[in-house]
Design a protein. Structure first.
Length: 763
């Protein structure tokens, strides 16, 4: 957003100034002003009048007498002024508070300007947006800075950004950064921005340091004064050698919290990865807040920029109401596809559009990993049903392609080509588990399956060496093996609590509840740490996704980094259960694959999260990223060898980022030249609420935060707080000039007072 300064901005400032005295006691010298008056009165003493005819020739004319009276009065006033000015000179007066005076005699000021860039600053209901006004006020402040002043500008978003490299005297650089300022988006963490500004000013050397905040006064951007987040700001401010002033300018509208606003929330996908033959469901929430009791809006759906006119919905909502809207669609072509939901225009456009990226494949590759020495592709092998449930790719179109290998044969190439690994009775191999840890962190899916043929000495953990950050990835204990063909257990459908298992809860639509499990491993989950350390935050909590009808866990699930981990303590081999003979086995296996698989690079992220690009078809020297504002960004390499990753951290805007691939080799069939990524901004500011008078008073009391109407008042405050200029030399010059004038008036009165004499004609 670009905004030019007002050419007449200097006319907006008033040259108000105040005069103060250093030696106030010397003003008692003003009593001496009475001395010339007393002398004048003494010289006007009256005498007896004696009529003497001869003296009539010496009487002055009336006009001459009037001139003498005026001269006497001027001399009286001049002498009084001399005494008064001398008294004020000894009192040492000084003036301050004039912007013009500060420009003549500048004293350095270090100023940090904080611009609120939350998406409420993009409100366009009444003329220019608050963000545009903030930029204009910033230009007005820059107009009034002197060459010795230094300025820095902070763009306050969820993560504040310092636009200028440091406080600098070059306002041209600051103006250039203002012209390139990004549109308002997301939330503004003003607490963090003020703390960063205070940190800059503590390193300053000027005797005047100030922070100016340009904001629309939305309460969500200000943490309560009692919040612990202000502690660092208060600590820095109190430790500064020179007091740091904080002033805020309200650039918002007083009626902004009275508008009718619709918002569309994050898009939720039923599957992150799908194939060209399956359907996907996308859901979102649409909310309404406003002064009117009810409102109406239209919701539009589009795929890859093409609007789906048949899917347009007209929504009627009550104030404060939220409704769910969804779309079900499929894709004919593999690759990355962008689904967008948008609302009809309203005064706050920042929450009207949301997008999501779906990765579509011809088929999803998975790998079944068997223990060393295990039989393969025989009717009694562990992989027999797992490799055939998805169909034969040589005879028909399949959604999932499967291959089977042994544990010692697992290579990095296998991991790169597979979206999901099924580990049947895995053997403890530390080197392999280390590779699998990296695989699952990057977004891979792993299913650990123990059947009755597993050789385990109970009690023990399912996979003893699989440790990540000193924490077991499978935090449960295998207690014993249950085996009772005469009294098999069933899966309790009411215990299913995962999205990919949701469709199997209804026994009338699925028969997996009829499966008889005659053999399984009884397990006990371990308790999770109450306060996980930052190192273990990579590991999500372990959940029991399904139970047997006797209460024992049947399926465990856990998020590990971007990937998903599943543990199933019974076999899908036709020996431990008859699950493989049921109609529901095929959809269960497919839903497991679709529910666990993730895209190779996380395509949908939140604002300010880095974009990580993995498993590229080539490794270019440079990788360009085109942002939502069509600005070119750069990603940097992280790692080396086969695990190289590209990282791009500049995601301060929501929308679609496109990674442009520039491979030297010719692209393979179906290979994309551009990879889209979607960045979502939270919607907390959609309910517009300005700071109340009580909250403003609390900030003024706790933080000494002053509110001003505009840049003119801010500069007036800065000028008033300057040291001022002593004017006694000027007063001495005036005294000298008055003495010269007094001398000239006296000399003129003496020399020319009696040159006119009136002669009366004889009778």
């Amino acid at each position: 957003m670009m905004s030019l300064p007002d050419p007449d901005s200097e006319n907006r400032y008033h040259f108000n100034m105040t005069i103060s005295l250093l030696n106030l006691g010397m003003m008692f010298g003003l009593l001496a002003v009475a001395v010339p008056i007393i002398v004048h009165l003494l010289n006007r003493r009256r005498f007896d009048v004696v009529e003497w005819g001869a003296m009539q020739f010496l009487q002055l004319g009336e006009k001459t007498r009037q001139k003498i009276k005026i001269s006497d009065l001027l001399l009286l006033l001049l002498r009084m002024a001399l005494v008064a000015i001398l008294a004020m000179t000894f009192a040492r007066p000084f003036v301050q508070g004039s912007v013009y005076l500060r420009s003549l005699y500048p004293q350095p000021i270090d100023l940090v300007i904080v611009i609120d860039s939350s998406y409420s600053m993009g409100w366009n209901g009444n003329g220019p947006t608050p963000h545009t006004k903030a930029i204009q006020e910033c230009h007005h402040l820059l107009d009034q800075l002197t060459p010795v002043d230094r300025v820095a500008i902070i763009d306050a978003r969820s993560r504040p950004r310092l636009l200028t490299p440091a406080p600098l005297t070059d306002t041209a650089t600051a103006r250039l950064e203002l012209e390139q300022l990004q549109r308002p988006d997301g939330m503004a963490n003003l607490t963090a921005a003020l703390t960063q500004a205070c940190e800059l000013l503590t390193q300053s050397y000027s005797t005047r340091r100030d922070i100016v905040v340009l904001t629309d006064r939305q309460s969500i951007s200000w943490a309560p004064v009692t919040d612990a987040s202000w502690s660092e700001f208060l600590k820095l401010r109190s430790s500064a050698a020179v007091p740091i002033g904080v002033t805020a300018i309200d650039v918002g509208s007083s009626v902004i919290d009275q508008v009718n606003n619709f918002r569309v929330e994050r898009l939720e996908l039923s599957r992150e990865v799908v194939n060209t033959q399956s359907r996907i469901q996308i859901s979102t929430k649409v909310g309404y807040d406003g002064e009117q009791q009810a409102g109406r809006c239209e919701l539009f759906w589009s795929v890859d920029g093409q609007q789906l006119s048949r899917e347009t919905e007209e929504l009627d909502l009550e104030a404060g109401e939220t409704t769910v809207a969804d779309l079900e669609t499929s894709f004919a072509d593999p690759g990355s596809h962008i689904i967008t939901a948008s609302l009809s225009d309203d005064p706050l456009p920042g929450d009207n559009v949301v997008s999501v990226v779906v990765e579509v494949l011809d088929d999803i590759p998975i790998t079944v990993v068997l223990p060393e020495g295990a039989a393969q592709n025989t009717p009694d092998a562990d992989d027999f049903f797992l490799t055939r449930v998805f169909g034969n790719p040589d005879l028909q179109d399949v959604w999932v392609t499967v291959k089977s290998i042994l544990m010692p044969d697992v290579t990095d190439k296998h991991l790169q080509e597979s979206r999901l690994l099924v580990l049947v009775n895995p053997s403890p191999d530390p080197a392999t588990w280390q590779r699998l840890s990296k695989y699952i962190e990057a977004g891979g899916a792993v299913v650990v399956m123990l059947n009755s043929r597993a050789d385990l000495a109970t009690p023990q953990t399912p996979v003893p060496p699989w440790i990540l950050n000193d924490q077991p990835l499978l935090p449960m204990t295998v207690e014993s093996k249950f085996s009772d063909p005469d009294n098999p257990v069933r899966i309790d459908l009411t215990s299913l609590n995962s999205s990919w298992l949701e469709s199997f809860k209804d026994n009338s639509r699925s028969d997996i509840g009829d499966a008889l499990i005659s053999s399984y491993w009884k397990t006990t989950p371990e308790s999770a740490p109450t306060e996980p350390s930052p190192e273990t935050q990579l590991l999500g909590p372990t959940s029991i996704l399904a139970r047997f009808d006797n209460g024992d866990p049947a399926i465990y699930g856990r998020d590990v980094g971007r990937g998903k981990l599943l543990f199933i303590p019974f076999g899908w081999d036709g020996t431990d259960s008859d699950l493989v003979r049921l109609r529901g086995f095929l959809p269960l296996a497919h839903e497991m694959v679709f529910g666990l698989c993730r895209s190779t690079s996380q395509r949908n992220i939140d604002l300010d999260e880095p974009i990580l690009i993995q498993q590229l078809p080539c490794q270019p020297l440079n990788l360009e990223v085109l942002g939502p504002d069509d600005k070119k960004l750069s990603a940097r390499r992280v790692g080396n060898g086969e695990s190289v990753t590209w990282k791009m951290s500049e995601t301060s805007l929501s929308g679609i980022y496109r990674v442009e691939l520039d491979c030297q080799t010719a692209p393979r069939e179906g290979q994309e030249s551009s990879l889209p990524f979607s960045v979502f901004a939270p919607r907390e500011e959609s309910k517009l609420t300005r700071l109340s008078d009580e909250e403003i008073a609390a900030f003024q009391e706790s933080l000494e935060l002053k509110w001003r109407a505009g840049a003119a008042e801010v500069m007036q405050d800065l000028s008033s707080a300057s040291g001022g200029l002593e004017i006694w030399p000027l007063l001495l010059l005036i005294v000298t000039a008055f003495l010269v004038i007094e001398l000239l008036l006296t000399r003129r009165l003496v020399q020319g007072g009696h040159h006119q004499v009136e002669t009366n004609p004889s009778p």
